[in-house]
Ligand binder design. Sequence first.
Ligand SMILES: Cc1cc2nc3c(=O)[nH]c(=O)nc-3n(C[C@H](O)[C@H](O)[C@H](O)COP(=O)(O)OP(=O)(O)OC[C@H]3O[C@@H](n4cnc5c(N)ncnc54)[C@H](O)[C@@H]3O)c2cc1C
Length: 329
Amino acid sequence: MEAPPVWAVLPPSTAADALSQLLTSARRLAKPPGASIEAVIFGEPPDSLRSTIADYGARRAYCVTCDHGVPSSSAAAAALAGLARDHAPRALLLPDLPQGRELAARVAARLGAGLATGCRWAETCEEGIRVVRAAYEGRASCTLLIVSEPAVLTLELSSATAPPPGQPADCELLRVSSPKPAPAGPEVLEVRPVDPFEMELEEATVIVAGGAGVGGPDGFALLGELARRLGGAVAASRVAVDAGWVPYHRQVGQSGRVVAPRLYIACGISGAVHHLTGIRDAETVVAINTDSYAPIMGRAGLALVGDVREVVAALIDRLDEENATLGSP
Ligand SMILES: Cc1cc2nc3c(=O)[nH]c(=O)nc-3n(C[C@H](O)[C@H](O)[C@H](O)COP(=O)(O)OP(=O)(O)OC[C@H]3O[C@@H](n4cnc5c(N)ncnc54)[C@H](O)[C@@H]3O)c2cc1C
């Protein structure tokens, strides 16, 4: 009997780049090594995607076609769960993006399968599938052992894609029709991130803080754009608060909030001792300042000498490029 395959699933409306990373991870989960890895995609694959599927070693690809346009997440989950029941894969790997997490949760619920989201690593082991995922907002990691099959995993994508493993596989393309959409039920129409100016500073894993060097409210709007892209919060020094650019509850320091994010980006902040008191437990500090001798530069793991607006605008552009590559919405 053939060993159960491992599936790399590209959800609807997801950039194709994710599939090569999922197929690379799927290879690690094939048991025994060399067991079939397969792809599931929604819609008719363009030539470039067909090549990726074959180059990354998938022996079979299920193309779920849908007469009614892009399937909703519940229709996609129904189709995927039906396929999984018919073909009994060992694991389904999806990208850890909003559309991947939603589809994974729906399909796991339909299959009664074990679900692990936000996985940084997944490998096969004697007892089942071992995954490593972040815990406590990234301050720790935990290892889970999934012993039931199929396992449904969402994997964090990286900006680097491993090269194809070797010879392209002979890939069989199978078309499957998606079932008709279910009668109206709850659908996620939009995922709204928390406003960086409202997110609790004590809960934020990333804080973009501004000081006098930011120059005014429009400068803080730019910091907000950076924070939004990083899923973080905006904070400020006392000088910026006293100037009325941001409300007092965003102030960090001796007479403000004490914070402990994983990443603290200090923009146009000198690093007076009263401010540093508030960030003594920050894990990594990045400072952007025109003055390379500002005290904050001594506290920073990465000190960027330059105009805050120019540097922040460049960071935003870079993040947008990365997100476009990774297919973030
Ligand atoms: C009792 C007491 C309590 C205090 N509590 C707090 C507190 O809780 N929090 C707090 O923050 N402060 C507090 N302070 C104030 C503190 O001492 C500093 O005055 C304050 O932190 C300085 O804010 P700042 O770094 O934004 O401004 P500045 O010290 O004026 O520094 C501005 C920085 O921006 C840089 N810069 C200028 N233009 C640019 C540009 N275009 N691009 C990049 N960089 C640029 C400059 O080189 C400079 O380093 C307290 C003071 C006292 C006496």
